[in-house]
Design a protein around this ligand. Sequence first.
Ligand code: 73E
Length: 825
Amino acid sequence: MNAKANNTQSPAKIDKSDFKAAVVKHLHCTLGTDENKANNHAWWKATCAAMQEHVLEGLRKTQKTHYLNDTRAVHYFSAEFLMGRLLSNNLQNFGLFEVASGALKELGVELTDIMEQEPDMALGNGGLGRLAACFIDSLATMELPAIGYGIHYEHGLFRQEIKSGAQIERPDSWRDYGNPWEICRPESIQEVSLFGYVETKYGENGRVLKEWHPGSIVKGVPWDIPVVGYEGKTVNVLRLWQSEASDYFNWDVFNAGGYVDAQRENVQAETISKVLYPNDETEAGKELRLIQQYFFCSCSLKDIIRRYKRAHGDDWSRFADQVVIQLNDTHPAIAIPELMRILVDRAELDWDQAWGICTQVFAYTNHTLLPEALEKWPARMIEKILPRHLEIIYEINHRFMAEVDKKWPGDNAMKAKLSIIEEGHEKMVRMGHLSVIGSFAVNGVAEMHSRLVKSSLFPEFDELYPGKLTNVTNGITPRRWLKACNPSLSKLIDKKIGVDWPKDLYKLEGLAKFASNKTFQKQFMKVKLENKELLAEEIRQSLDLEVDVNAIFDVQIKRLHEYKRQHLNLLHIMALYRRILENPDYDMHPRVFIFGAKAAPGYKLAKDIIYAINKVADKINNDPRVNNKIKVVFLPNYRVSLAEKMIPASDVSEQISTAGKEASGTGNMKLALNGAVTIGTLDGANVEIAEEVGDDNIFIFGLTVEEVNELKAKGYNPLDYYYKDPEIKAVLDWLETDYFTPGKPGALVSIKQSLLDHGDPYMVLADYRSYSDAQIAVDEAYRDKERWAEMAIINTAKMGKFTSDRSIKDYVDRIWKLSPCKIEN
Ligand code: 73E
């Protein structure tokens, strides 16, 4: 067949007229409308459909090549993938953005307008889910065989509205009008068992056989989202499982067997993949969450095994050569006993052989040290939902305890400490311990975090398994986080250093030599100003608020959490306001403080902080005495697509977590890449950003981890700071009045209480003065236009290390041992 007629010629050869014809064809034949009737939504869908032709062709070639080459592949197991929008990404990666834009223009349509029609795929909470999305982008770009496995949530992270200053959660419905990228694969449906009981039988030669009689069976339906690598050669897949009632499971027969009770436990199958738990950094502890985790792990393992068996039959000896599974935190840790179950109970391998395979297949990434995020499940709950898995976990632990005894003979305290089972009034299963024991590699996500994983989270495991614990510093994809989201800066960079940087980010280093060049400084800052104008327009539209683009755009965007300390930022804003009220000539460069943050719906103080930011914003923005020196902006519904607008327009990046609490952070990298200068603590990846840009190009403040620990050991008393620093006292007392909440005194008091009565667990007051001083230094630096431009350029120039391609290279070289596989066109 004529390739052109089929419209599947290589994307490199597509021109404007081809693209136009394809869009019009889909408008007619896929959507049943025409150019005169089509609205932006229809144009968006037709454009996606035109793109999807190339995407699917790339996917087919990739899958065929991987199959023919029987490639070893990484399987990235993650309960979250925060993909955002895909049209602009896919156009960019195929090199068709300009072509599409021109083609649509000729049809009277603005590409950037129709891109706004795409709902974000918000199947994640924050950094952990976005990291997974960046990683699969890099894997495809680097032509590595990889599959992402996760859950096809019907509702992603809630949509945030702000009503009278407070957060309201609304359901997210990302596929209400159909998602043009996903493909349902009914031919690869899997079945997953739940509940029921285990029967012990005796086989030949007295072998103990375990048979799990499930109380419920659900269907897992796979939906594939193609993942297009940069330059469009490899198209990998993100496979997301949707739960459905099983038609195979016959309740009448089951009940006739006498297991009537089991029916009570039958979960509504469809509820499993209904909604993403909106908790970031907290463990939900809910039965449905465990079922979600098991559901997607079981489907994914069976999918992997089906593919393996197609090539290798029942020969398990090569499984670990072909398959590596990366566990994105402990959320998929239940995959470890599930693979053991499949190997021991189903494939009838003996325990040691099965365990040998498992411990060569799994690797685990730890993302947090926060105690409230370390997953533990009541043993009773696991027993109820997954009775066989609990037995397997006990057996793993039994054997592990023997290992511990060998290393530390007779040390029962050590056994209790390292055991997978935490004894207490309720027995709990520690998923972190299970993950470390069942994996061949364990990594933290930034140098400092990995050091803390070794020294304070798992020190004994580090002693027991030398070399198992390691670091892979996080990264971000420069394709989305610079090339696509900041086209003006990208073009300027292209002109200056060539076009190779999206695939080799260390090339940005080439900008450093122009950092003090006045002409380049002007060009760089002109782009920043244009981006600020675009964001100012967004703010106008969203909040009906005018902001001055010559002011410093100071941005804090991340989930709302006490440890991230948005309230430290807020206290400082209140202090500036107070300084201006006390001295109308208070000398500062105008600043716009911009926030974006969602709070977990059940996290009261986090919601109170959002409310406080909005109330303080109302007051300051409408107070003529402020004379526009400060504006406070809270942009609702922070999400990937909003980040793409905010990041290019930022001057200052707020990375102000308590030292030791933010494992890495990735927003810090995105902002610096786009020329924002960081004000931050020595926490997470900030430490490595500081190393790269140098002390002169970052504003570091606050206690170090060691100082935090010393102060805690000595006895931290926030009242010391309250009484010694009149500004702290004044702003905290202000929160108790009705100044910001007229007629509602005390509406903001919970923040003061958390800092004074509840011990200020994240040491906001201890770091306040140092933060305020650093902000004065920021202000001074910004006023020196040339100095600031130089700092901003250096920040962009020195971000090479933080491409997710580098992270993936680290994983590949040190953990996964994968080779690229070229896809011929
Ligand atoms: O520091 C970030 C890190 O950059 C960390 O807080 C975050 O992961 C990012 C990527 O490595 C993270 N999220 C979670 N734990 N760590 C988490 C925990 C429970 C549910 C959802 C997310």
